[in-house]
Write a protein that binds this ligand. Structure first.
Ligand code: 5RP
Length: 226
C-alpha cells in the first residue's frame, strides 16, 4: 500500500464510525479531502448529513459535492469531526496545521462531541516534534515581534506559498517553529500562548478520541485512554 492508498483506507475506515445522520466536522488536508468525498457520496445517496468545514478549501469541496453546510455564525451541534494530522504521538496528541487551517480546525474540534483523526502510518512518532515543526497562527500586527519571541523556543520560519507569505483564512500569518522532540508538549504550548499576538498553535493535546492508522498491514484504531 502506498501513502495515497493508505490515506484512502483511513478515510474509508472513518466512514464506518459515522452516526446515521447529523452534523459532521469536515477536516482539511489531503486525507480529510478523501473523507469529505466519501461523505459527499453518502449525501448524494440520501444520507442526512450536514457539515461544518474547517477551511475555505473544504467549504468549496463540500459545496461542490452538495453537502449542506452550517454557517460560521450558527450554533453547531457537531456529533463527530474527522480530520487529518501531521504527527501523532503515543498519547494521541497531535501536531496539525500543515495546510495552515489549524485555528478553524481547533475550533471545530473543540465544538465536536467526538474527534476522529485519520492518518497513514508515517505520521506516528514517539514524541511530537520528531518529524514536524509546530505551526503557529500569528496576527499580522506586530508579527515580527511575535517571530522574535517564538525564536526563543526554536528555529522559526514564516510559512510561504510560492514567493509570497502564506495567509490564513482569517488573514493571519503562519510561523513554523522547529522545537525538536518534546518531552512535554503542554509546556511548549503554554510558552507559545503566552506571546501576545499568537492566535492559535498547531498542538492538539488531548483532542483526539480515536486515531485511524492505515498501514501496509491494514487499518487499526487507536483510542485515547481516560
Ligand atoms: C491542515 C491539517 C491537515 O489535516 C494536516 O496537515 C494533514 O494533512 P495531509 O492529510 O494532507 O497529510 O492540519 O491544516
Amino acid at each position: 500500500m502506498n501513502q495515497n492508498e493508505a490515506k484512502l483506507a483511513a478515510a474509508r475506515a472513518a466512514v464506518d464510525l459515522l452516526p446515521a445522520l447529523g452534523t459532521l466536522g469536515l477536516g482539511s488536508g489531503s486525507t480529510a479531502k478523501l473523507f469529505v468525498d466519501e461523505v459527499g457520496a453518502r449525501v448524494k445517496a440520501g444520507a442526512a448529513y450536514r457539515g461544518v468545514p474547517t477551511s475555505q478549501g473544504t467549504r468549496l469541496q463540500a459545496e461542490a459535492l452538495g453537502i449542506p453546510l452550517l454557517g460560521d455564525a450558527e450554533m453547531w451541534d457537531i456529533l463527530l469531526c474527522v480530520d487529518g494530522a501531521d504527527e501523532v504521538d503515543a498519547q494521541l496528541n497531535l501536531i496539525k496545521g500543515g495546510g495552515g487551517a489549524l485555528t478553524r480546525e481547533k475550533i471545530v474540534n473543540d465544538a465536536s462531541k467526538k474527534n476522529v483523526i485519520i492518518v497513514d502510518e508515517s505520521k506516528l512518532s514517539a514524541r511530537l516534534g520528531e518529524k514536524w515543526h509546530v505551526p503557529v497562527e500569528v496576527l499580522l500586527f506586530g508579527h515580527e515581534h511575535a517571530k522574535k519571541r517564538l525564536g526563543e523556543l526554536g528555529k522559526v520560519s514564516r510559512r510561504m506559498k510560492g514567493d509570497a507569505p502564506f495567509v490564513t483564512d482569517a488573514g493571519n500569518a503562519i510561523y513554523d517553529v522547529a522545537v525538536g522532540p518534546m518531552d512535554d508538549p503542554r509546556v511548549v504550548d503554554r510558552a507559545m500562548r503566552a506571546i501576545p499576538g499568537i492566535v492559535e498553535t498547531g498542538l492538539f493535546l488531548g483532542r483526539a478520541d480515536v486515531v485511524v492508522v492505515a498501514a501496509a498491514s491494514g487499518v487499526r484504531l487507536l483510542e485515547r485512554k481516560g
